[in-house]
Write a protein that binds this ligand. Structure first.
Ligand code: NQM
Length: 342
């Protein structure tokens, strides 16, 4: 069991799980305790952010050490989806790969090269390994997680358009859906940027207030289904993408304030790749963030994406009108290592 960034869940070696996907999924549902909103009979934490599963295997690719498959388990319905990647859980993949012997640690820092199966793209993780052993202790803080931990630097490559074909999948900086202007963007997490004020909101509401707004949720879901088709994702009714991101002017020196539906519950912070997509989407002069987002036009640029429990720092390197590298800081912690009973 590991915390990765602001999420947590069980990590498995692929070889320890059934090869047949239906058998594997049935086993995972039993382990997580779904379908059941409380996941009372399993390891899941009764929220999408704590109902996540990671599967790691040695990679056959020259550019990667391990393959990382992320699975989102819906607590209530028991649906298991591989439609999205997860940059938070990715943070745990580095230490896990080293501690399970898939990558040999070196003195100081060890780079774990990860192929992210869900989004067919690659990330390098810099893991702290003093004396050739993983340490989880350190001075790095990420908002949304109490205390400090060892930093895990994430460098992502090839995330622009990873799932939708292009950073701006429709080729437009603004699309109109149900009379609302949206910027549709994919820098590793398909996301729909919308102005909070277009829904009569400030954008600074708490996740609980937004989740209680049934009319808002209905309108956002209708837009999401249409956006999914426009973003080359097809019918997204059973998918956890695209994410729906309400934006407002920054309050604490960041680029923008966000409230993200993932896609039906509201994130307590912001997803890692969602933040990477949001930051990139906010930089288009003709997009919905024009007049809202505040940033300096430098390359690479480092910006803070504000969220309900703080901010997430993202560094974007641009080439022309697309992003070629995205860097982020995360932490992870091993919570327990042992046997889970079926
Ligand atoms: O966007 C939640 C999370 C995520 C995804 C979600 C994530 C990312 O915070 O890379 O990390 O958006 O479902 O774990």
């Amino acid at each position: 069991m590991m915390r990765g960034g602001t999420s947590k869940g069980p990590f498995f070696l692929a070889g320890d799980l059934p090869a047949d996907i239906a058998d594997r999924n049935q086993m995972l549902l039993t382990i997580m305790g779904s379908p059941d909103a409380r996941q009372i009979d399993g390891m899941g934490g009764a929220h999408p952010l704590t109902s996540k599963v990671v599967i790691v295997s040695p990679s056959k690719r020259d550019d990667s050490d391990v393959d990382y498959l992320f699975l989102q388990v819906s607590p209530e319905t028991g649906a298991i989806s591989d439609s999205q990647n997860c940059g938070n859980m990715l943070a745990g993949v580095g230490p896990f790969a080293i501690e399970r012997g898939l990558v040999e640690a070196v003195e100081g820092e060890t780079i774990v090269r990860v192929y992210m199966v869900n989004s067919s793209s690659q990330a390098d993780l810099v893991v702290q390994t003093p004396e050739g052993k993983v340490t989880y202790e350190g001075d790095a803080h990420v908002d949304g997680v109490p205390g400090t931990h060892a930093p895990i630097l994430q460098n992502y490559f090839g995330t622009a358009g990873a799932q939708c074909g292009a950073l701006l999948p429709t080729g437009n900086e603004i699309d109109l859906i149900d009379g609302i202007e949206c910027t549709l963007v994919d820098n590793g997490m398909p996301s729909v940027l919308l102005r909070a004020k277009d829904f009569g909101l400030s954008g600074y509401e708490t996740p609980a207030t937004l989740e209680a707004n049934a009319e808002l949720k209905t309108r956002l879901e209708a837009i999401r289904l249409k956006a999914g088709v426009l973003m080359n994702l097809g019918d997204v009714s059973d998918m956890t993408i695209p994410k729906m991101c309400l934006i407002a002017p920054p309050q604490y020196g960041g680029i923008v304030t966000t409230r993200t539906f993932i896609p039906h519950r509201v994130h307590q912070a912001v997803g890692v790749l969602a933040a990477a997509s949001d930051a990139a989407g906010c930089m288009f002069a003709g997009g919905v963030a024009a007049g809202i987002a505040e940033f300096e036009e430098v390359n690479p640029c480092r910006v803070d994406v504000e969220h309900p429990t703080g901010a997430l720092t993202v560094e974007l390197a641009w080439k022309g009108d697309t992003v070629v590298r995205t860097a982020l800081l995360r932490t992870a912690r091993k919570l327990m290592d042992g046997l889970v009973f079926l």
